[in-house]
Design a protein around this ligand. Structure first.
Ligand code: NAI
Length: 794
């Protein structure tokens, strides 16, 4: 074709990025890589290796060590050995190492970008302009936190040895998201990259050597799922941070349930991309290109569900098809390519299978006429329209360049459809009406909402999910908290195993057989006293065995009723922070008015002195959270784009609480009040030792203008109530304060629905010490951060 002809046709010529440096780098390592342990290359104990291939051709790039449990053990030992010095290092020095790493990432950015594209198949344009610059930004940002750590978190310490498992879609970026905050906060790390994409992690090991990072602070062990499993199960790992599929996240949850490993999970998504009729449709289409065709759609937060206002659906679909016709698919090292290769054959087959299933379920499939390269793993950009909201392609993560389109009529319906998923990672809202956009953003259950933009990330803005998309955040201040805990916590003694409460033959609450003592405390559900479904009660005795009264024996049905009441208590969730503060102050006032009688009754269970202190401090505790209710604000971040990101501390939702046994009043208030202050609704199981406290509590709540259902109290045996709480899908989190066995049960029972569980790890908390038992730590667990990105400028 002549230049003149090209000028007319405007065809792209090839613009390949030169892979020479990356090839030389592979050659320098003999195309064979060992693990990086204790600052050195470490031959795998079992001597096994596997191939990593270039998905754009299927050709082998190098062989990589398959990690065994012996390799994981060696890496954990190295991390343990390095831990004391690293955590004791002056934060400024840790900051310097992180800063060096950031500089080195920039210095080697071209090599890293090319290597990433060769190993993963993503377009060089993306690895060069997005992945690698963000990697550098993460290290710079966290170098800053390392510098400020002692001023900003004086009462915290690192978790210790952290095991990190990452996926293949953003190999080096996920490494940075994991390693930078862990190192900044003084942890040492064993990281396992994904088996399809280990190369940039190994290149990063070289950067650690170049930066002089002390041996053992960063260890990289390559391998498949079995290597990850060995890391998860290693007894000397203090925390696991995982990004990957929900299925593996669930397996990790189950494997760590009976350990006290901290866990953060960033899992799958099926994120809605909502376009209102007043949106700038051309911009929305460009947003969609980034939303679903970025990285071949292999993005956990991909905008994979297009929700269109019915009136503009046809126009929008036609614009999308036009744009899809211009997307260029081909060899990812070509600088003018939009869509590269799928990471592996198995992933390609999975995409093909799901699309076929979607079509079988009635979806209409449209793909542009493109010629796919003859070698390698490619899938064309695809749009499925007429998708039913319950279809597999509307519900399950496809993790490929496939968009499922649906329509809605009203903003309310848009929100319902958006939230009609087990996931809650991200979402996009397109509307020129900022009121509508922000109103909808507030109602979407997702950790990130992009208004009129999509797939923007920054180290300063936390990222993470709701529901089965996982929990914990990466980035921002909240991301650091995942790698630290209060200094006192691990030093707190273990609680003695709870004595089995006297499980007397239950008394039927039949009118014909009056209870021994004329006082049977009922349940408190939806603002009303309620008889238990079982019709049974439990005896409550003092330490010397005197019968103090009877409490209702709640069961699964009562928990269900309580959840229903809590879900209906919308007015509490919607109340202003000022209103919530007023109600809590009123509670404190009423407790003060009745303090003597409450203390007198409580004294029969815990002694006069403790009872008096519990009541006095209880009043103070409520006051504290009334004070906090309108002060636990979020933040506004200034990422390096023309955006602000509004980081809101959102309530978690409905929370089930197992209250500590040892301090019936103060323990209850210490857990219920931060949850209420943050706008959650609560189902609390009060102290098993003295459940009669419920009667005093519900009088308190009744007289304090707390809306019915905001707090519900179900008395009974924890062993019977924990399971229905943990398994109920409409309970968003469990706070469980008990002995080791109770805590392990709470973790194990809520694995199925991946519920967030926060526990005392079986430790005795000094509820009488306000420096421990109240404040930010509790509020941070009573909320989750949602980042709403809002652009500015024309
Ligand atoms: P995966 O969840 O199996 O792999 C992620 C990481 O976990 C890899 O490093 C893997 O070796 C490791 N792993 C696997 N089994 C493990 C175990 N039992 N214990 C500890 N670590 C283990 O993801 P996979 O198989 O690569 O992809 C399958 C699907 O998962 C994809 O089609 C996609 O839908 C989803 N996915 C989601 C990601 C996200 O960021 N949300 C990332 C990768 C995959």
């Amino acid at each position: 074709m002549s230049i003149a002809e090209k000028f007319v046709s405007m065809e792209y010529g090839p613009a390949p990025e030169d892979p020479k440096e990356a090839q030389l780098w592979l050659d320098r390592h003999g195309r064979k890589f060992s693990h990086f342990i204790g600052g050195e290359w470490h031959t795998p104990e079992a001597g096994e290796y596997f191939d990593t291939v270039d998905p754009s051709t299927g050709d082998k790039l190098a062989s990589v060590a398959q990690g065994s449990s012996a390799d994981i053990d060696a890496a954990v030992r190295a991390a343990q050995a390095a831990s004391p010095n690293w955590r004791a290092l002056k934060p400024h020095l840790r900051a310097r190492y992180l800063y060096n790493l950031a500089r080195l990432v920039q210095k080697h950015s071209r090599l890293l970008a090319v290597l990433e594209t060769m190993d993963n198949g993503k377009p060089i344009r993306e690895s060069r302009d997005i992945d690698i610059p963000l990697v550098a930004r993460h290290f710079y940002y966290h170098a800053g936190w390392a510098q400020l750590l002692n001023q900003e978190f004086p009462e915290h310490e690192p978790c210790g040895v952290v095991g990190q498992i990452i996926p293949w879609n953003f190999p080096l970026l996920m490494l940075a998201w994991k390693i930078a905050p862990a190192l900044a906060t003084g942890n040492t790390v064993v990281l396992k990259p994904a088996e399809f994409t280990p190369l940039t992690a190994l290149a990063f090991a070289g950067l650690c050597q170049e930066a002089g990072v002390p041996a053992g602070v960063v260890n990289i062990v390559t391998g498949d799922g079995s290597t990850g499993e060995a890391l998860v199960k290693h007894p000397d790992v203090d925390k696991i941070a995982f990004t990957g599929s929900t299925e593996v996240g669930r397996a990790i949850r189950a494997a760590t349930a009976s350990s006290h490993k901290r866990l953060s999970l960033e899992l799958g998504g099926k994120s809605p991309f909502i376009v209102f009729d007043d949106a700038d449709l051309d911009s929305a289409v460009e947003g969609l290109v980034d939303g679903i065709w970025f990285n071949q759609g292999q993005v956990c937060c991909a905008g994979s569900r297009l929700l269109m206002h019915e009136s503009i659906a046809e126009v929008l679909l036609s614009k999308i098809r036009d744009r899809m016709n211009t997307l260029r698919i081909g060899p990812p090292l070509d600088k003018a390519i939009d869509i590269g290769a799928i990471v592996a054959r198995v992933q390609l087959e999975r995409i093909e299978r799901m699309v076929a299933q979607g079509i079988a379920e009635g979806a209409t499939c449209w793909q542009p006429q493109v010629v796919l390269p003859s070698r390698g793993f490619y899938f064309p950009p695809t749009i499925l329209s007429n998708v039913h909201p319950t279809s597999i392609v509307a519900q399950q993560e496809i993790f490929g360049p496939v968009l499922a389109a649906m329509t809605f009529r009203t903003p309310k319906e848009a929100v319902e459809l958006a939230n009609n998923t087990v996931y809650g990672l991200a979402s996009c809202v397109w509307s020129e009406n900022i009121n509508v956009a922000l109103h909808v953003a507030a109602q979407i259950k997702a950790g990130v909402v992009w208004v009129n933009c999509t797939n923007l990330f920054d180290a300063a803005c936390g990222f993470g999910g709701y529901r089965e998309s996982g929990y914990g955040r990466e980035g921002g201040r909240e991301g650091l908290l995942e790698y630290m805990e209060p200094k006192w916590f691990k030093r707190a003694p273990k609680l003695a195993a709870a004595l089995a409460p006297p499980h007397s033959e239950s008394q039927e609450m039949a009118d014909s057989s009056p209870p021994l003592i004329d006082r049977t405390v009922k349940l408190y559900i939806g603002g009303k006293q309620a008889r238990p479904d079982s019709g049974y009660s439990m005896e409550v005795r003092s330490r010397d065995g005197t019968l103090l009264g009877e409490a209702s024996l709640g069961n699964r049905k009562d928990i269900r009723n309580a959840v229903e009441a809590a879900r209906k208590a919308e007015s509490w969730a919607k109340a202003t922070a000022h209103n919530r503060a007023q109600v809590l102050y009123y509670c404190a006032e009423n407790l003060a008015l009745r303090s003597e009688e409450i203390a007198r009754r409580l004294a029969s269970a815990v002694g006069a002195e403790q009872a008096k202190r519990e009541v006095e401090l209880g009043i103070e505790r409520i006051f504290s959270y009334a004070a906090w209710a309108d002060k636990f604000d979020g933040a506004v971040h200034n990422p390096p784009f023309r955006n602000i990101s509004i980081a809101m501390n959102e309530r978690i939702g409905t929370v089930g609480v197992i209250c500590p046994s040892e301090t019936p009043l103060l323990g209850f208030l210490s857990l219920a009040m931060p949850l209420l202050a943050a706008g959650n609704t609560v189902i609390a199981v009060p102290s098993e030792r003295y459940p009669l406290i419920a009667a005093d509590l519900y009088q308190l709540f009744d007289t304090s203008d707390l809306p019915g259902g905001a707090i519900n109290i179900v008395t009974g045996y924890v062993s019977q109530l924990l399971k229905p709480l943990a398994e109920h899908d409409d309970i968003d989190a469990i706070w469980c304060y008990g002995d080791d066995a109770t805590v392990a049960s709470a973790n194990a029972m809520s694995t199925g629905n991946l519920k967030q569980v926060w526990t005392n790890e079986g430790r005795a908390i000094d509820w009488f010490d306000p420096s421990i038992a109240e404040g930010r730590w509790f509020l941070e667990h009573a909320t989750q951060v949602k980042n709403i990105w809002v652009p500015y400028g024309e």
